[in-house]
Design a protein around this ligand. Structure first.
Ligand code: 5RP
Length: 225
C-alpha cells in the first residue's frame, strides 16, 4: 500500500487531527503568496487542500522542503519555485514531532530537517501543523534527529554521545538512511531537553554536524487538532 493511501484511511484520531490541522493552515494562505512547503504526513493534507484552492484560481507558488513534498506538490498542481528565484517567503507551513509551550520544536522524523530549517528561516511567518499528541511540556521524549556528514560519522556520533545522548544511526532497508542532501541522520536520545537553545548551540559546533532537529524561535503559530 502506498504512503498516500495509508494516510487517506484516517484510521486513528491522530490521522484525523493531522488532516484537520493541515487543511486549516490553508485558510492563512493569501493570493500572491510565495510559500515554504514543509514535509511529513500532516503537510500532505495542507498540500492537498492547497492544490484544490489553486485549481479554483488561487495564485501561489511554493518552495518544497523535500523531494517527497516536491512530488506531492506536482501531483496536486501547486506551482513550484526555488531559492534561485526567490530568497524570501511569505509563509511556511510545516509539521513537527514535538512542540513545547514556547513553540520550540523537535523535527526531522521524516529526515528533512535541513531543508525544512532553511525554508522556515526564510519565511516571514511560520505555521506549524500537528495532531495534539505532538504537544509536550519539554522537548526530548523522542530522539532528536541530527543530520551529519557521512565521512567520520562514527567520530561525530561519539562526540554527540559525550553530550549525554544514546545514538542510533537511522536506517532504511538495513542500509543507512540517506537524506535529500546525501547525509546520514543520527537519532539521539537525550534525557529531557531542559535548554533547547543551548543544546542546539553546543551540538552545532561539533565537526560533522550539519544541522540539528531543534527549531528554536522559528514558529509563529501552531495549529493543533
Ligand atoms: C520531517 C519533519 C516532519 O514535519 C515531522 O516529522 C512531522 O511529520 P508528520 O506530520 O508525518 O507527523 O520534521 O523531517
Amino acid at each position: 500500500m502506498s504512503e498516500q493511501s495509508n494516510y487517506e484511511k484516517l484510521s486513528t484520531a491522530s490521522d484525523r487531527g493531522k488532516k484537520a490541522a493541515g487543511e486549516k493552515a490553508v485558510d492563512y494562505v493569501k493570493d500572491g503568496m510565495t510559500l515554504g512547503l514543509g514535509s511529513g504526513s500532516t503537510v500532505y493534507w495542507a498540500l492537498k487542500k492547497l492544490g484544490e484552492r489553486v485549481k479554483q484560481g488561487l495564485n501561489v507558488k511554493g518552495v518544497p522542503s523535500s523531494t517527497r513534498t516536491e512530488n506531492w506538490a506536482k501531483e496536486f498542481g501547486i506551482p513550484l519555485t526555488t531559492f534561485h528565484d526567490v530568497q524570501e517567503l511569505d509563509l511556511a507551513i510545516d509539521g513537527a514531532d514535538e512542540i513545547d509551550e514556547n513553540l520550540n520544536l523537535l523535527k526531522g522524523g521524516g529526515g528533512s530537517l535541513v531543508r525544512e530549517k532553511i525554508v522556515n528561516a526564510a519565511a516571514d511567518s511560520v505555521i506549524i501543523i500537528a495532531d495534539k499528541s505532538k504537544q509536550v511540556t519539554q522537548l526530548g521524549k523522542r530522539a532528536l534527529p541530527i543530520e551529519v556528514v557521512p565521512f567520520g560519522w562514527e567520530v561525530t556520533a561519539q562526540r554527540i554521545a559525550q553530550c549525554g545522548a544514546e545514538i542510533t544511526l537511522r536506517e532504511k532497508q538495513e542500509q543507512p538512511f540517506i537524506s535529500d542532501n546525501g547525509n546520514y541522520i543520527l537519532d539521539c536520545q537525550f534525557e529531557l531537553i531542559s535548554d533547547p537553545a543551548s543544546l542546539h548551540a553546543t551540538l552545532s559546533q561539533l565537526p560533522g554536524v550539519v544541522e540539528t532537529g531543534l527549531f528554536i524561535g522559528l514558529a509563529d503559530r501552531v495549529i493543533l487538532e
